[in-house]
Ligand binder design. Structure first.
Ligand code: ADP
Ligand code: ZN
Length: 722
């Protein structure tokens, strides 16, 4: 009988398969292999070295492994970890592995990657399409696909241009000479509190065992400097560190800061990397050459050679929650990865998640506090503006005290920031004549006008249409009115109020790539911007020394909708944006515009009494048995046909699990009934923490057969409820 091994493929629908291997071949579980599947080759990880006794497939039906890659094998801990993620989040094993090995045999084997370069030069006479493409791409590098995407043309045109020699080939070797970060390159002199904090972390690293730290320090207290010391220690031990950032836009400024401290840039991992760069960085991570990696949440799944430390920066951020594909919370996954690897993990934040506060209280996490800002910077003064007392003219959103403070700041050559978490010009457009509201044809959502683009966009599915010049319902011309403000509308008002100021709007539309983020930071540093108007993108991590005035345009927005974490998020978001003000010797002032100054969120922000706020929130969660006391799982049933989704919901509803400590709500039409053309029905499962909820759900789902046109999304520990 042939020797059998099992292979976990990176294909979600295949999972673990059996292949044969020559008897004498020495292999290790965790090695990367390529296997035949029909006519194709696919990538996988050798999962078990010998399953000859378990698998009774006839020899002649077994195919041999095609190739074993000469790369270090992933550890036992890594495989355990992948398994845990798969079973906790109820996601296919292959889908989890794929996040760590996002390649095909072809992309992983190539020793070099073909890139193309578009030189900067004068072009001969060409068709307008080609001409435009070359102008757009001038000076750019990338694969055919990447260049085509950048120029928004078909790959065929790029290939044609390559043939004419106007775009030239460049082979990029995958070998990289990485410089090593130097732990002692430029270490700061830490304050007493900072060095105490750093000592605690360094001791933990020396112990080389699992421990979770909540590094809880006010904005600007030097959390980054403190965890840099932990990285320095890990570097001295020759181990790898991983830093997770909540937003890829933050990577560029972070790289600079890292370089100033350690003498060279770390290795980056996020979705915006070119294919060649991704492949190179991956290689450096699995071979252990990359000593420090900064990345988006997916970096957690990489098979590091020797990871010694994980840091989650801005750990309260909701962007660590992945909502599609494998639904997971990266902060929790980071803690679990550290647990499997038996290493320390640091959650750094100024506004911890309720879940983290609870873990500290339970004694599971160790808390390290930094209560003061570094150096001469004080915390900003908070001014609550009661909007019910402000008689603002129609179409005006900025109250006089805020306007005055901004005017003064601009005159003093300081900078201001207006925060409103709404992209576009207005969240709703309606017809003055018949009352019709413009809605997305694919979602239960309003179309949002983006005046600068002259388009209406659905923020849920991206559907775009030109702004109509008459009502689509009653055909009356010039009858459409914009209701409520978005950032573009605030920018319009600001342009009138501060005619001298240089104003810049920052949203995911204008700041989509690390490069754009770097340009923005550069402009801020040079003082080329006076007032920023931005969405939540601007609340995170930035350090602008001359920024002194922050205005929260509508502090009540976040409390609408009222989901589980609405108050918590609102508090975190406003506290974070407030934390952008007065980070140097200049005093900071924060103006919070609200119609409800008495709510716990606003009063906690005004008084600075964070503990009282957390206490009340925890009590509410405890009474309602909500997370972190109980556990939630959301089940979303969707189909392009409403009757089918509804029927499956109904069938599941009739068989819903019952018992002590478990309650199932639903099926209910989702608040966002239609999303991207699919109709959605929801269940919410609430369970005590000791219930093996995943098993219960598996059994429940196995009771009915689900038509292939229906998709069931399981979201364990959900953040969104729409
Ligand atoms: P946080 O991460 O808590 O918001 P940072 O680490 O970004 O705080 O620190 C805020 C600012 O203060 C940064 O510009 C940082 O370089 C500076 N800083 C903090 N601690 C020190 C120190 N010990 N020596 C010099 N500069 C420091
Ligand atoms: Zn839509």
């Amino acid at each position: 009988m042939k020797r059998r091994i099992s292979v976990l493929t990176t294909n979600p629908s295949l999972g673990i398969l059996t292949y044969s291997l020559p008897e004498a071949k020495a292999v290790a579980a965790g090695q990367l292999v390529s296997i035949p599947l029909g006519p194709r080759q696919i990538l996988g990880m050798l999962w078990e070295e010998d399953v000859s006794n378990q698998i009774k497939i006839a020899d002649n039906r077994l195919r041999p492994v095609s190739k074993i890659y000469d790369l270090p094998e992933a550890s036992h801990c890594y495989r355990k970890f992948i398994q845990w993620v798969s079973s906790y989040y109820m996601a296919p094993l292959g889908a989890v592995l794929r996040m760590g090995i996002p390649f095909s045999p072809a992309t992983i084997e190539s020793r070099e990657i073909k890139n193309y370069y578009v030189p900067k030069r004068e072009w001969p006479k060409l068709t307008p399409l080609r001409q435009q493409a070359l102008e757009k791409l001038s000076g750019e590098k990338g694969s055919v696909r990447e260049l085509a995407e950048k120029a928004e043309i078909s790959p065929a045109i790029i290939r044609a241009l390559i043939k004419t020699g106007l775009i030239t080939e460049q082979k990029t070797s995958l070998e990289i000479a990485l410089s090593l970060p130097n732990p002692d390159f430029n270490a700061p002199i830490l304050s007493e509190t900072q060095s105490k904090a750093a000592e605690i972390l360094k001791e933990s690293i020396a112990k080389k065992s699992f421990e979770t730290f909540l590094l809880d320090g006010v904005t600007g207290s030097g959390k980054t400097e403190v965890y840099f010391e932990a990285i320095a220690q890990t570097l001295r031990d020759g181990k790898q560190s991983l830093i997770l950032l909540p937003e890829i836009a933050l990577t560029e400024p972070f790289l600079k800061r890292f370089q100033a401290r350690f003498g060279c840039e770390p290795v980056v991992w996020h979705s915006d990397l070119s294919q060649a760069r991704r492949r190179k960085n991956w290689q450096a991570i699995v071979t252990g050459q990359a000593k420090v990696v900064i990345g988006a949440r997916s970096a957690l799944f990489l098979p590091f050679k020797a990871i010694g430390l994980i840091i989650v920066d801005e750990a309260h951020e909701t962007s660590f929650k992945q909502e599609d594909g494998v639904c997971y919370q990266a902060r929790d996954v980071a803690v679990m990865r550290a647990k499997f690897e038996n290493i320390p993990v640091i959650l750094a934040t100024a506004t911890p998640a309720i879940e983290s506060v609870m873990q500290v209280r339970l004694g599971n996490y160790k808390e390290i506090r930094l209560a003061e800002r570094h150096g001469s910077a004080g915390l900003p003064s908070i001014h609550v503006i009661n909007m019910t007392e402000q008689a603002l003219a129609k179409g005006r959103w900025l109250a006089p005290p805020l306007v005055k403070a901004l005017t003064n700041a601009v005159e003093r050559h300081e900078q201001g920031l207006l925060f409103l978490n709404r992209r576009g010009y207005a969240p709703l457009t309606l017809c003055r004549h018949c009352g019709h509201r413009i809605k997305c044809p694919h979602c239960t959502a309003w179309m949002v006008e983006h005046r600068q683009l002259g388009q209406m966009i659905c923020h849920h599915c991206g559907f775009t249409m030109p702004v109509p010049d008459k009502c689509p319902e009653c055909q009356t011309a010039d009858s459409l009115v914009a209701c409520g403000p978005g950032v573009e509308r605030i920018a319009e008002e600001a342009a009138v109020l501060f005619p001298e100021a240089r104003i810049e709007t920052i949203t995911s539309d204008t700041l989509a790539t690390p490069k754009q983020a770097a340009e923005f930071v550069e402009k801020m540093d040079q003082g080329a911007i006076d007032i920023i108007i931005g969405t939540q993108l601007i609340t995170k991590g930035y350090h602008f020394p001359r920024l002194t005035v922050v205005g929260v345009v509508d502090a009540d927005i976040g409390l609408q909708g009222g989901d589980l974490r609405a108050s918590e998020h609102s508090f975190q978001q406003i506290a974070q944006v407030a934390g952008r003000a007065g980070r140097s010797a200049l005093d900071g002032h924060v103006f919070i515009q609200t119609y409800e100054p008495e709510t716990p969120v606003i009063s906690a922000l005004a008084s600075g009494d964070r503990e009282a706020f957390y206490q009340t929130e925890l009590e509410i969660r405890e009474i309602t048995e909500a997370p972190p006391f109980g556990r939630y799982v959301a089940l979303i049933i969707s189909s392009e046909k409403q009757e089918i989704a509804e029927a499956v919901g109904h069938q599941l509803g009739q068989r819903k699990p019952e018992g002590d400590g478990i309650e199932v709500f639903g099926p209910a039409p989702a608040p966002l009934l239609q999303l991207r053309g699919r109709y959605r029905y929801r269940f919410l499962i609430q369970a005590k923490r000791n219930i093996p909820i995943q098993r219960v759900i598996h059994q429940w789902l196995s009771k009915i057969s689900i038509p292939s046109s229906v998709r069931i999304t399981i979201d364990v520990d959900p953040y969104s409820f729409f």
